[in-house]
Design a protein around this ligand. Structure first.
Ligand code: ZN
Ligand code: MN
Length: 142
C-alpha cells in the first residue's frame, strides 16, 4: 500500500481541528521521508537543522498526536530505544541486535490471527511481531 503524503495527513488532521506549525510539519515530512525508523532523539537532531528553536517537547507532542491519529507506528525494539515509523500500514520489522538497524519486512501473516482465534477463542484485533538477528554488514565483521 502506498504511504500517505504529508498534504493528505495535514488535511485530515485539520478537519479534526488539529493545527500544524511549520515545525510540526517538518517532523511529519521527515518521518514520511525516511525509511530508517528513527528514535525521537534522531528526529530532534534532523528537525533542529531546519528549525534550531525546536524543542524535544515539541517532538514528543507531535509524535504522540500522530500516533493517536494512526499516522505513526511506535516500534518497541526490545532493549533498543523506541523507534518511530511514518508508515502506519501493517508491516513487520527485522532488528539487528548488533547495530540496532531496523528494516521493513512486508509479508502477509494475517492467518496468524485466525490461528490465534482457533487456539484461544479470542476475537483478534491486531498482532505485533518483531524479528531479531544480525544484519548483513554486521555478519561480515563478526
Ligand atoms: Zn547490524
Ligand atoms: Mn517500517
Amino acid at each position: 500500500m502506498e504511504s500517505k503524503d504529508a498534504i493528505a495527513i495535514l488535511k485530515s488532521l485539520k478537519d479534526k481541528g488539529i493545527r500544524f506549525t511549520p515545525q510540526r510539519q517538518a517532523i511529519l515530512e521527515y518521518l514520511l521521508d525516511t525509511n530508517s525508523h528513527p528514535t525521537a532523539e534522531e528526529i530532534y537532531r534532523q528537525v533542529k537543522e531546519r528549525f534550531p528553536g525546536v524543542s524535544l517537547g515539541t517532538i514528543y507532542n507531535t509524535l504522540n498526536m500522530l500516533k493517536e491519529n494512526n499516522f505513526l507506528l511506535e516500534l518497541d525494539c526490545g532493549e533498543m530505544s523506541t523507534r518511530f515509523d511514518g508508515n502506519a500500514e501493517n508491516h513487520y520489522h527485522v532488528v539487528c541486535r548488533n547495530c540496532g538497524k531496523v528494516v521493513d519486512f512486508h509479508t502477509d501473516l494475517l492467518q496468524l490471527d485466525a490461528l490465534a482465534t482457533e487456539h484461544t477463542g479470542f476475537a483478534i484485533e491486531t498482532h505485533r511481531l518483531v524479528f531479531y538477528g544480525v544484519c548483513g554488514p554486521c555478519r561480515e565483521i563478526h
